[in-house]
Design a protein. Structure first.
Length: 228
């Protein structure tokens, strides 16, 4: 009994991480046996041992018939109402955190309000993502000895979603899962109210854009809306 409950919990999490698959299962549009075969190796990996196909299939059937809020449908609805832009020719600097660095990045943000500029504050560092054309201006404000890392040739996917994203769990994870399934490495992620900004290498920008646009298109089809 304990193993069945564990299989169910893993199956539920894996399905909820894929909003389109979740919505298709709930809508009767996906073959449960085929989905069970697809999920079984992933469940076995998570559990660290063999799992029967029947256990995975039973977990899917219990999920389909369960009561309660359909998180996958909510995620699909938010993504269906989202749009995506791609910003290229970006760079980034990682700066060691200090009072001087705090003043510097604050000044940088105040001076460059009309260009693409994102500042991420971590426990020990700041990450500044910027348009390459202001690279020298960014470099000049970095306190001596504070530069930890610098990279160029980056692109940013900007997913603009409806306000409901703030109260809908799983939207950002669905985007990141789709990128991971396409083999796209994510350099940085910024979530700010309605905007989800994902930074990738420029050479992966087109593939990343297509992957997320495909996800949005699938969600629109699933909930029966047209192009927004």
């Amino acid at each position: 009994m304990y193993q069945k409950r564990t299989v169910s919990s893993y199956v539920r999490k894996l399905v909820q991480m894929d909003p389109c698959l979740h919505a298709m299962l709930r809508g009767g549009l996906a073959n449960a046996s085929a989905v069970a075969r697809y999920l079984r190796p992933r469940v076995e990996l998570l559990m660290g041992g063999p799992v029967s196909g029947e256990a995975v299939l039973a977990a899917l059937k219990r999920m389909k018939g369960s009561e309660g809020e359909d998180v996958g449908q909510r995620v699909a609805s938010v993504l269906a109402a989202s749009r995506i832009d791609l910003k290229t020719d970006l760079g980034k600097m990682v700066i060691r955190r200090s009072p001087q660095a705090a003043d510097a990045v604050g000044e940088l943000a105040a001076r460059h309000r009309r260009v693409f500029l994102q500042i991420l504050q971590g426990i020990s560092s700041y990450t500044v993502v910027y348009e390459s054309r202001i690279r020298e201006k960014v470099a000049r404000i970095v306190p001596p000895g504070s530069l930890i890392e610098e990279a160029s040739g980056l692109a940013a996917l900007i997913v603009i979603s409806p306000p409901e994203i703030s109260s809908t769990p799983g939207v950002v994870s669905a985007i990141l899962q789709r990128l991971a399934s396409r083999g796209v490495n994510v350099e940085e992620v910024v979530s700010c109210h309605r905007d989800t900004i994902v930074v990738v290498r420029s050479e992966e920008g087109g593939r990343a854009f297509d992957a997320v646009q495909e996800l949005i298109t699938e969600c629109r089809s699933l909930i029966g809306v047209g192009k927004i």
